[in-house]
Design a protein around this ligand. Structure first.
Ligand SMILES: C[C@H](O)[C@H](O)[C@H]1CNC2=NC(N)=NC(=O)C2=N1
Length: 103
């Protein structure tokens, strides 16, 4: 398992639109309706299973909050950054179908 990243490494590597909050990286995705958010969460879940790295997800009306940290290391590692980048790339690729209002 990867080691925890330094504050500078996190700041440098954090994908755009993601924020750092303590030992987590966070992004809120907005949608035109509730079910697009639900579908998006399903897609993220499939990525998580494939990567075997699982975010906390909160599905709200017209938005989904994704939180990533590496529990086994007690902080933010490359696995979290890579997962965020993967989600971003999938989101961009599927933006049309998800009517994303916040790319
Ligand atoms: C045994 C350990 O729980 C597993 O290797 C995986 C499962 N999914 C995981 N997900 C996250 N976010 N952090 C982990 O450390 C992690 N570990």
């Amino acid at each position: 398992m990867a080691d925890r990243l330094s504050d500078d490494e996190i700041a440098e590597q954090l994908p755009g639109s993601w924020e750092r909050e303590g030992d987590e990286i966070v992004r809120v995705y907005e949608f035109t309706d509730y079910l697009h958010g639900v579908n998006f969460a399903q897609m993220v879940g499939e990525i998580a299973e494939a990567q075997y790295h699982h975010p906390e997800m909160v599905i709200r009306f017209k938005e989904v909050e994704i939180r990533l940290t590496t529990h086994d290391e007690g902080g933010i590692t490359d696995a979290d950054i890579e997962m965020a980048e993967f989600i971003e790339s999938e989101k961009t690729a599927t933006a049309d179908s998800l009517d994303d209002v916040d790319l």
